[in-house]
Design a protein around this ligand. Structure first.
Ligand SMILES: C[S@@+](CC[C@H](N)C(=O)[O-])C[C@H]1O[C@@H](n2cnc3c(N)ncnc32)[C@H](O)[C@@H]1O
Length: 343
């Protein structure tokens, strides 16, 4: 709903503006339900003045990371009970000093859009790479930002012990339907707040999920989560898009997705590029409705990420420029692929 507020207060900067509105809402000592109902009454008629929309009111997360200092350390307590810290905090009253966590984009949170994810982002060469990292003996694997669980499912089919973590319930619901879905432990949590007493031989974060972390504090918190759960001699792997590539030119495009009898028209439009961020909106036209998802991603360079990793007690074992293990070329590689170990 903060996006709806943002649409009225700063229509050109919805994605950025909604973050600050989240903070405003998150600190307020009133009932979320009552507030959302009232905001809906006031704001929806204004937004709908140009035509009907489907309003999707996401959960408000009252906890966040902005209290963290900008270096790694044990600022999150170890909740060694297999539950995420996020689910722990949900039951507590306003947690002192904690503000809003980044809420996943609509295309991960909305069931109709999560149901389209695999059509556009199915099995691909990057997934072969990650699957290859688990070759050999059965391993304990943690997938942070697992989405619809394609990799979790594949790992589980090879007998690995797998935990898939994602804050988007709709993505997890799709993941659970995968053939080996019942063999995987699914946890609804942000990667920053996830804590378990299990340690993992392999921790992955795939599909450029790393780029959803916009604030320095979030990146540090994610690396902290990785280091915390890494077993001795274990490794972490993730990739990010190379900021040297002209992504906006590649991204402004349309696609047609077919789901059963339905054709869904998807169009993506880059709305802003500034500093190391790119904002874009993705429009999904269903036969009976239109949904628009607003996104913002952060693009960090290889050396910037290496610096953050070292601060967090992690160091790259290898950095590749693609999925065949080719060396990273800072000017031309599309992807920067990190394979990491504890210092
Ligand atoms: C591009 S999808 C990648 C999904 C999956 N890893 C894949 O390779 O297909 C990004 C995922 O990051 C998740 N995400 C968003 N915010 C997150 C957070 N704070 N912690 C962990 N995952 C997050 C989204 O819900 C979404 O499932």
């Amino acid at each position: 709903m903060s996006r709806a507020l943002a649409a009225v207060t700063a229509p050109a900067r919805v994605s950025a503006k909604h973050q600050s509105l989240l903070h405003f809402v998150g600190q307020a000592p009133w009932s979320d339900e009552a507030l959302l109902a009232r905001v809906g009454d006031l704001v929806l008629p204004l937004i709908e003045r140009h035509g009907p929309i489907e309003a999707w009111i996401g959960r408000l997360l009252k906890q966040g990371f902005h209290h963290r200092r900008a270096s790694c350390g044990a600022t999150v307590n170890d909740h060694s009970n297999g539950k995420s810290l996020e689910s722990e905090l949900k039951g507590q009253s306003r947690t002192a000093g904690l503000k809003g966590v980044n809420v996943p984009d609509l295309h991960y949170e909305h069931p109709a859009l999560a149901g389209l994810y695999d059509l556009d982002s199915g099995w691909s060469i990057d997934r072969d790479f990650y699957l290859g990292l688990a070759a050999g003996e059965p391993k304990r694997i943690l997938d942070l930002g697992c989405g619809t669980g394609l990799l979790c499912d594949a790992y589980a089919s090879f007998g690995h012990q797998v935990t898939g973590v994602d804050p988007a319930n709709a993505m997890l619901e799709v993941a659970k339907t995968k053939p080996y879905g019942s063999h995987v432990e699914w946890v609804e949590s942000s990667a920053q707040l996830f804590r378990s007493d299990k340690r993992s031989d392999l921790i992955i974060m795939t599909g450029n999920a790393f780029q959803v972390f916009l604030a320095d504090e979030d990146i540090l918190a994610v690396f902290e989560t990785m280091r915390f759960h890494l077993a001795q001699n274990g490794q972490v792997a993730f990739e990010t898009r190379n900021p040297a590539i002209d992504w906006p030119t590649r991204w402004d495009k349309d696609a047609e997705l077919t789901l059963g009898e339905q054709t869904i028209y998807q169009s993506r439009h880059v709305s802003k590029r500034g500093g190391d961020r790119i904002s874009f909106e993705t429009r999904f036209k269903f036969p009976d409705k239109e949904l628009v998802s607003f996104s913002e991603l952060r693009f960090l360079s290889k050396s910037e990420i290496e610096e953050w990793l070292l601060k967090c007690g992690l160091k790259p074992k290898a950095v590749y420029g693609g999925w065949h293990g080719q060396p990273s070329d800072e000017a031309n590689s599309d992807d920067i692929v990190f394979v990491i170990e504890a210092v």
